[in-house]
Ligand binder design. Structure first.
Ligand code: MRU
Length: 355
């Protein structure tokens, strides 16, 4: 299914139909030149969509996986036990898609807990419709969390500020609004004039393909730069704050986000620019003490050796391609969550705000 470019961003992902329906998502690998939707009717299609970044961004992959568990219960029969087994198998399978974003595991755990609670339901049809309701709740809660993050974060920004962001932590990475870009949308909607600089975000260009597109669609003043230009733009006094998202935040506030984020944080510190991380509570992993324990995904070397649709490196070259890095808490001015702004970024303050 294909459409012309819309003036506003269509839903990142949505459930189509009733309990026997399917998951539809924007194929983000094709943006910004093509807006095409991918319909996922079976579990391998959902897994592949997450793995290959057709759907990406920590909250969005959690939501996609939640719907994936519903899809995994393919043929609701009268046997609740077989439904529970299918749901648990789907959870285990989808958990193998990507390792870093904790939202994926949080959503899968929640779906599994719900599946196990449904032991007493009438039949498979009721089981599956309750499971769908849980996935819809996860989806809807994300919308509300992102709106709240936007409201809290907007208060930190002033009129006429220049802002920098890295990767895509916007509507395309979540249910609709994003954590980091929610801050910009909310400030923009309240009348603040912002100039946003988007890092292109090598190797997969989420900043150029997604953030620049998304902000443009929403009518924000956005300028695209190469990652290597951030230092210059900061040194010219064009940036008053950096706001990024996160894939997993440890109990001490260390935050994993797209590769390159750590470098931006170091640059921000060198230029005395506040560096904010915006993330819902579902991105916190309080079971790990520090960022040292965050599993970092390594991706296919071809993402680096075959940029721009052609070979861009010598054949047989060694490649290191970590998809994420960890910004230490000491470089983060504050964490912006749906429950409020965590400042200072300390274990005590994190546990106080998140309860
Ligand atoms: O590899 P991706 O595109 O899934 O990486 C996404 C990011 O790093 C985002 O910044 C992060 O998920 C926060 S988005 C809410």
């Amino acid at each position: 299914m294909q459409s012309t470019l819309p003036k506003i961003v269509p839903p990142t992902l949505e459930w189509i139909g009733d309990v026997a329906g399917h998951l539809r998502l924007i194929d983000q690998t094709l943006l910004p030149t093509e807006v095409r939707f991918r319909d996922c009717h079976d579990l391998p299609t959902v897994w592949e969509a997450i793995k290959s970044l057709r759907v990406r961004g920590a909250p969005a992959i959690g939501i996609a996986a939640a719907y994936g568990v519903v899809i995994g219960v393919r043929h609701p029969t009268d046997s609740r036990d077989s439904c529970i087994d299918l749901a648990c198998e789907a959870v285990d399978y989808l958990a193998t898609s990507r390792p870093t974003a904790v939202n994926l595991f949080w959503a899968l755990e929640r779906m599994k807990t719900r599946a196990l609670e449904l032991r007493d339901c009438k039949d498979g049809v009721e089981f599956k419709s309750e499971l769908l309701a849980e996935a819809r709740a996860i989806h809807d809660e994300d919308r509300q969390m992102c709106r709240a993050i936007g409201r809290y974060g907007a208060e930190l920004l002033q009129d006429n500020w220049g802002l920098l962001t890295h990767c895509n932590a916007g509507g395309l990475a979540t249910s609709e609004y994003g954590p980091a870009l929610a801050v910009f949308y909310s400030a923009h909607d309240s009348g603040k004039r912002l100039r946003v600089f988007a890092d292109e975000t090598r190797p997969l260009l989420q900043g150029a393909r997604l953030t620049a597109w998304e902000l443009q669609q929403h009518g924000l003043n956005v300028t695209l730069i190469c990652d290597s230009m951030a230092a210059k733009v900061m040194s010219e006094g064009r940036i008053q704050a950096v706001v990024v998202g996160a894939d997993r935040i440890a109990a001490n506030g260390d935050a994993a986000n797209k590769i390159g984020t750590y470098g931006v944080a170091v640059l921000a510190a060198a230029h005395n620019i506040p560096f904010y991380v915006a993330a819902p509570s579902t991105t916190f992993d309080l079971s790990i003490a520090s960022g040292d324990d965050i599993p970092i995904e390594e991706r296919d070397p071809r993402e680096i050796t075959h940029a721009f649709g052609r070979e861009t490196a010598p054949e047989g070259i060694k490649v290191y391609n970590p998809a994420f890095d960890v910004t230490p808490a000491r470089l983060i001015r504050a964490l912006i969550t749906e429950r409020g702004v965590i400042d200072p970024v300390t274990p005590a303050q994190i546990s106080k705000v998140l309860g």
